[in-house]
Design a protein around this ligand. Structure first.
Ligand code: PRX
Length: 675
């Protein structure tokens, strides 16, 4: 039985979550927050849609104002701020020079702790971005509307190259640095890039990793599929010192730091872009099928990330903001680069892994730089929690605000984040959204709404979510029934389309619940493919991707709530639940857990896990097996690869695991499970 069959069988997803107590934001936070008056929410109500989003667009500098806020004449190809003209680089860099040229735009923190932290002021950024833009234009021949693939790790060259592209109106497509050459090739082919910008090497995991070798693999694989890259710019992590074992290819590969010398002090006028011109492509992190290039626009996207950075991240001019994601993901594009810089903030860019040289590294960085806004994922939080609770208290840092993003957070883990990392001083926002969305969809407004562990909260200002059942009937709040979460209305941060595939765009995100009789945007709900439940208070709890749902004897269980039950067992640090075919029940859950360091695997722990599942969810969810494993197979962005575990449980081939962060663990688990 496939996952799809598994989902068809029943009408509702069973929900067994316990309601969690709400916590109020610390008063000190509210005292300084940008949005504290609940009347503001009224301004973003449907009555004022779409004009409410003019407030976000007003945060930017426009060369020419828009004449139409939303053009919905050709759904679902919505256009925002039509007629408006602007440049993203100008908004992130140039316009801050007058008042704050000497303010730090980025703190670059190298992974080796002995290397100094670099503070890049807006002035320094302005100079370098202009020079790089001149190099891209004159040396690479790139011009407005071209697409260029970047495969850059977390160093200053990444945002600088992105901003230089934006200055020229060149569309950038950054491929996460941890991805393989083959994954990079897929994206070069799809985006038809002629130029690849990469780096020789970068520090991660305590060593200097050869990165340029992936460029050679990528270019060869792309060429085999008819996509010719004729120029490769190679930044050197340590200028002048080549850190890769791969030879440079004469006439094709060039050291960017060397070529750049010819462009010193050059200035490039920012291109006047249309609000609906493409700013970048970001391939979605789909684990199956051809990657989907989410094509994001200039005006709507910039307005949305600036607005949410201001009102949800609550970034003030004096704050030091650290989003510990990778710029190679949408979180980094929106909330390390474009959003914070549009506000003229100081953003931290950390090169490496959070546990190098030890798990207290993030707290030392926070202390050294005075970071007061911290943004990370449940995976990172679980990893830090696994290392122990003593760390944060030792360091003199104080967060006013913390974000969690990327997957549902178990209430246990949320409470640890609140108490230990945030020292009960920081408000927490749990922001639910996707690559395709540009920015947050569900979240509390931190100065207004109380927090509820494990729940993302209501729709973000101006976002009207709805939960539909399989037949398209609305599931009312408080019914305890889960369904498919959709967004009823368009919003400025949403992608324009899937790069080169309008039909797929309509099919994947809209075909599910279209009302053919409707006019304009009504009747075109955006289908997010996540399961969710809405409590009586209007808060949404995301249960995870619909294809993570397990159907046991016609009873749909969200894998996330089983995992959450596992995490109530003190010894358990991480849990993953996967479906395995069963002759009687169709599918049964099988559980994988990894323990906190220093704890020995032991049958009694497995029994405790089973008891916790039965207690929290019921005997229907009794797992077929519980495996205690040394670690979970993870993507480079830290998501647990349930697909791999599920294949192992079903005695199937786990497929290509080369892009995992820890491919070696697959064999360890296989021998445990299958031998
Ligand atoms: O299932 C949801 C989960 O991550 C998916 C989107 O992944 P991606 O496009 O890689 O973007 C991640 C960063 C925005 C969603 O469909 N997800 C994301 N944030 C949350 C979440 N699940 C629960 N709670 C969240 N806060």
């Amino acid at each position: 039985m496939t996952q799809a069959d598994n989902m068809k069988g029943s009408k509702t997803i069973a929900v067994h979550w316990r309601e969690e107590e709400k916590l109020y934001p610390p008063t000190r936070f509210i005292g300084q927050a940008y949005m504290t008056d609940p009347a503001v929410l009224e301004r973003f109500s449907e009555k004022h849609f779409p004009e409410c989003y003019n407030d976000y667009a007003e945060l930017l500098d426009w060369f020419q104002y828009w004449h139409t806020t939303l053009d919905d004449s050709n759904p679902p190809f919505f256009k925002w701020f039509v007629g408006g003209k602007l440049n993203a680089c100008y908004n992130c860099v140039d316009r801050h020079l007058e008042k704050q040229r000497n303010k730090t735009a980025f703190y670059f923190v190298p992974e080796p702790e002995g290397e100094p932290i670099e503070a890049w002021t807006y002035q320094m950024l302005y100079r370098r971005v202009n020079e790089v833009a001149a190099m891209l234009r004159d040396f690479c021949g790139l011009k407005r509307g071209d697409c260029v693939t970047l495969h850059l790790p977390m160093t200053m060259e990444l945002p600088i190259t992105m901003l230089a592209c934006a200055r020229l109106g060149v569309i950038h497509s950054e491929v996460f640095g941890g991805f393989s050459g083959k994954a990079c090739a897929d994206r070069i082919v799809d985006s038809a890039s002629r130029v690849l910008i990469t780096m020789d090497a970068y520090n991660r995991g305590g060593k200097l990793n050869d990165h340029k070798q992936k460029a050679d693999i990528a270019i060869k694989a792309a060429a085999e599929r008819g996509a010719k890259v004729d120029k490769v710019l190679v930044w050197r992590r340590y200028p002048g010192k080549y850190g890769s074992a791969t030879p440079m290819v004469e006439g094709r590969d060039f050291f960017a730091d060397e070529v750049l010398k010819d462009y010193r002090r050059q200035q490039v006028e920012p291109e006047v872009m249309d609000a609906n011109d493409t700013l970048f492509i970001m391939y979605s992190s789909g684990t199956t099928g051809k990657p989907k290039g989410a094509q994001h626009c200039t005006g709507g996207y910039m307005a949305y990330v600036a607005g949410t950075s201001k009102y949800i991240q609550d970034i003030h001019p004096e704050d030091v903001y650290w989003c510990m994601a990778d710029i190679g993901w949408i979180t980094g594009h929106s909330y390390i680069v474009y959003g914070p810089l549009a506000l003229g903030a100081s953003s931290v860019l950390y090169e490496g892994a959070p546990n190098v040289p030890d798990a207290e590294r993030p707290w030392r960085i926070a202390e050294a730089l005075g970071v007061n806004i911290f943004h990370t994922s449940p995976t990172a939080i679980r990893g830090l929690r696994r290392a122990g609770s003593e760390g944060p208290a030792k360091y003199d840092y104080h967060f006013k605000h913390m974000t969690t993003v990327g997957e549902p957070i178990e209430p246990e883990v949320w409470r640890w984040y609140w108490e230990v990392v945030g020292k009960r001083e920081a408000v927490i926002v749990d922001t639910w959204w996707q690559t395709e969305n540009g920015g947050f969809l569900c979240t509390t407004v931190p100065g207004i709404h109380p927090m509820k562990p494990g729940s993302a909260g209501p729709g973000a200002p101006g976002i009207y979510p709805v939960i539909y059942d399989e037949s398209g009937k609305e599931i009312p709040p408080g019914s305890g029934i889960a369904g498919n979460i959709c967004i009823r209305n368009p919003w400025p941060g949403r992608m324009l389309t899937i790069w080169g595939d309008d039909e797929r765009f309509v099919n994947v995100y809209y075909s599910r619940y279209i009302d053919p009789k409707s006019k304009g945007w009504r009747g075109w709900p955006y289908f997010a493919a996540d399961g969710a439940v809405q409590a009586a208070d209007g808060y949404y709890r995301i249960l995870g991707r619909l294809d993570d749902v397990i159907n046991v004897a016609g009873h749909r269980l969200g894998t996330k709530e089983l995992e959450s039950a596992c995490l109530t067992v003190a010894e358990v640090a991480e849990a993953a639940v996967v479906p395995v075919p069963d002759e009687v029940k169709g599918v049964l859950p099988e559980v994988y857990v990894a323990l906190h360091p220093g704890i020995e695997a032991d049958e009694r722990i497995a029994q405790k896990v089973e008891a916790a599942i039965i207690q929290d969810i019921g005997p229907i969810a009794r797992p077929r097996r519980i495996w205690i494993v040394p670690d979970m197979p993870k993507t480079r962005s830290g998501k647990i690869m349930r697909r791999v575990l599920s294949a192992l449980s079903a005695s199937k081939d786990p497929g290509d695991v080369a892009t995992l962060a820890n491919p070696e663990i697959v064999e360890t688990i296989r021998s445990l499970v299958q031998d």
